[in-house]
Design a protein around this ligand. Structure first.
Ligand code: NAD
Length: 478
């Protein structure tokens, strides 16, 4: 049993933890990282939820299913006939698994190249900045490490609904839904959030009837209202049935499938389905991570309390990513990882601007935004000017045939500083980066409008939306 000393011990090798570990070693800190994710062959699989069962595999399936839908519906207009395309879900899943394997093994290689000591086990924080590494088979302590600093980056797990325990056969979590071997006849999803809409899109494109029950009365309340309404129209056209104001209450299963009860406008309704996928959010994963005698403050919701520099209530112990406040997004966790590494190395650091974190929903069309919505600005009594531009007026969008959607820029009425950018349309996940950069550096709508953009490109839509803030767009009536 080793008793090793490190400058930094990182628990968790998801996008928050592995980035923190790499940045620590870049800054000359002796670093260990502990992670318990295990692939089906029993090997370590660093990368956390994002790489193993989240962002990356879902994007692989979204891509495959979108190509299938294009082959069915869109190629004809280009003069391409492919007959009746067939989908091998087995091949699609094997491709997805290969993508995941490539990326997780890539992290292993980065760890080796950066001389990070990796432990495949479960980390547990003990008092006096000690961390126990528990063997995944025996559950016994295999190593005890001592760190000048500890970074907790143990991520999150899916929330379970009372009465709907995941059995991973009929009641599925997001990982099960990503791994289905065939399209269910009727997939019922609880929760029209980011995961429900992305995975609902995948299986609807592959032939499943998809119904989504959403407890709230509004679809995507965090998204700009105009964008959310346009998205709802597209989802309906794609055959996604979304029932708002519906709360599941119970289910029965028998040979012929599931019968699910839900409350809707004061009455109990029933719906039949083959599979029920519950995607109602995620909760911080601290199961077994903090020994009872270590004093690290947590919230009643089970997140670790941190300040703006991700310091916990115990000096030298830091926490980043989904285990702390803020949106549960991989890129937010990674940025916190860099911030903490640089703080430990006594570099000059700046707290993350939680208002300046981009969000994307990878449906078709994609939804992407940063900053405040019109509703939020009105609520906060902030006077703003608005400009928008439709993709239908973009030459590049017309040429490629992806003319749905628009970009909206909101800027401060007095200073012109950009307060929010809201997009729906093809490739908006990529187009958003320019808006993020502009906001990060306190840019104005005029800055975006005066910047030269390649022609023809979809990015001109952002420029024109920014010009439209001051009624100066060229390719539309202002
Ligand atoms: P979410 O919070 O985005 O959505 C959950 C939805 O379920 C909400 O709309 C909520 O109103 C609804 N809901 C809750 N209880 C319900 C009930 N009893 N019946 C019906 N509906 C109910 O959560 P998620 O989709 O599970 O995603 C989890 C986290 O992962 C989020 O923080 C999300 O941002 C993140 N994530 C991000 C991406 C991305 O960036 N593209 C992709 C996947 C996940």
């Amino acid at each position: 049993m080793a008793n090793d000393h490190y400058d930094v011990i990182v628990i968790g090798a998801g996008p928050a933890g592995y980035v923190a570990a790499i940045r620590c070693t870049q800054l000359g800190l002796k670093t260990a990282c502990i992670d318990n994710w295990t692939d089906p062959e029993g090997n370590a699989s660093p990368g956390g939820t994002c790489l193993n069962v989240g962002c990356i595999p879902s994007k692989a399936l979204l891509e495959s299913s979108a190509l299938f839908a294009q082959a069915q519906n869109d190629l004809g207009q280009h003069g391409i006939s492919v007959g009746s395309p067939k989908m091998s879900i087995k091949t699609m899943q094997a491709r997805k698994d290969a993508v995941v394997g490539k990326l997780t093994s890539g992290i292993g290689q980065l760890f080796k190249a950066n001389k990070i000591t990796f432990f495949h086990g479960k980390g547990r924080v003990l008092p006096e900045r000690q961390v126990a590494v528990m063997d995944l088979n025996s559950g016994k302590i295999s190593d005890t490490l001592v760190g000048k600093n500890i970074i907790i980056a143990t991520g999150s797990t899916p929330v379970e609904l009372p009465g709907f325990k995941f059995d991973h056969k009929n009641i599925l979590d997001s990982a099960d839904t990503l791994a289905l071997k065939s399209a269910p006849k009727h997939l019922l999803i609880v929760g029209a959030g980011v995961i429900g809409l992305e995975l609902g899109s995948v299986w609807a494109r592959l032939g499943a009837k998809v119904t989504i029950l959403e407890a709230m009365d509004t679809l995507l309340p965090m998204v700009d209202g105009q964008v959310a309404r346009e998205a709802a129209r597209h989802f309906k056209k794609q055959g996604l049935e979304i029932i708002l104001g519906a709360k599941v209450s119970a289910y029965k299963s028998n040979q012929s499938g599931l019968t699910v009860d839900y409350e809707f406008k004061g009455e109990t309704r029933q719906i039949k389905a083959d599979k029920l996928a519950v995607m109602v959010g995620r909760r911080a994963n601290l199961d077994g991570v903090l020994a009872p005698d270590c004093v690290i403050e947590t919230t009643p919701q089970g997140q670790i309390v941190v300040n703006e520099f991700c310091q916990t209530s115990t000096s030298g112990v830091w926490a980043i990513g989904d285990v702390v406040r803020g949106p549960m997004l991989a890129h937010k966790g990674s940025e916190e990882g860099v911030l903490v590494a640089e703080s430990i190395a006594a570099r000059k650091t700046y707290a993350l601007d939680l208002q300046c974190i981009p969000s994307v929903i990878y449906t078709h069309p994609e939804i992407a935004w940063i900053g405040q919505t019109e509703a939020e600005l009105k609520e906060a009594n902030i006077e703003f000017a608005k400009g928008q531009f439709p993709f239908a007026a973009s030459g590049r969008a017309q040429a490629s045939g992806h003319t749905d959607g628009m970009i909206k820029v909101l800027s401060d009425k007095k200073t012109d500083r950009i307060l929010g950018v809201h997009m729906i349309g093809e490739h908006t996940s990529e187009l958003l980066a320019e808006a993020v950069f502009a906001m990060q550096y306190r840019g104005t709508a005029e800055d975006l409008g005066r910047t030269i953009h390649s022609h023809p490109s979809l990015s001109e839509t952002l420029k024109e939306a920014a010009l439209n803030v001051h009624k100066e767009a060229i390719h539309k009536m202002n």
